[in-house]
Design a protein around this ligand. Sequence first.
Ligand code: IPM
Ligand code: MG
Length: 360
Amino acid sequence: MAKKILILPGDGIGPEIVAEARKVLDLVNEQFNLGLEMQEALVGGAAIDATGIPLPAETLEAAQAADAILLGAVGGPQWDTNPDFQIRPEKGLLGIRANLGLFGNLRPAILYPQLAHASTLKPEVVSGLDILIVRELTGGIYFGQPRGYRTKEGGVREGFNTYVYDENEIRRIGRVAFEAARARNKKLCSVDKANVLEVTVLWREVMNELSAEYPDVELSHMYVDNAAMQLVRAPKQFDVIVTGNMFGDILSDAAAMLTGSIGMLPSASLDANNKGMYEPCHGSAPDIAGQGIANPLATILSAAMMLRYSLGEGAAADKIEAAVSQVLDQGLRTGDIMSEGMQRVGTAEMGDAVVAALRA
Ligand code: IPM
Ligand code: MG
């Protein structure tokens, strides 16, 4: 049966990196006879420019109808000054996550041995690094009500958001994380701020309750400030980290840099049935957009995750990941992962090299 893939290039470097992932998907589609049907739609700033809003009904419908979604990135300075938050590119992305119930965000941070010297941390601190951040993606302070921006009496401006989780939201992301830990090294660290925030007191309670169902997984807890420090001090102590939406946003960027570059990090955002949206963890990088120098590997690796998690095509995913490793072995590097003695390439050259490795 044909499988529908929705491709959302988005803004900034999004279209450039997605084009390379598309080359890779087209090829494995042929090689493995996957029966993927690819369709593109607008989201983010590109959708605002074309239709006035960041998530047109057409795009949302296509996302709902698709078996899986591959997204580039959204956002850029030209849309950042709109005082109406509903007309910001990020709302397109958040709207898809919320409408499709994509609460389980998996962000693996794996150091390719070839890139040990591209990290800003010492090679001995990061070599062999393989951690998974499980971030709750449809709740917490990103979505809590009430929220707003207003002017109080006396003309004083005030902004406010609400950090709220109910126990069901915590339990379902907790289960995703315990299951993931069970399939890996059986260590789960739950990150909260339970010394200050009631919402995370509940978070900790629910994680402890769940832990009774997963006696084979070793659960620990860490405050988020300490977790940020431990990630750069001794990141290999972690196996799986589970945390809320905002802490996960921040910690996953930090974890990304351990691997040499945020340009290497893929992600999966899954609903309760493993339908998902896949995107690189980096953003739209407006400063380098249109120059053909962005690293497409995080998007290519996101396409591999899509094949594995939502489409049940693990063999095709393995092959893509092996091809990425091969081009790194060949010494090819985009600017973000460049180091001495390596060969600097652009976005399309990197994508073509992965395609060539897949053909070999
Ligand atoms: C991410 C991004 C998004 C987020 C932005 C673009 C809304 O930073 O996926 O990490 O904050 O979730
Ligand atoms: Mg982020």
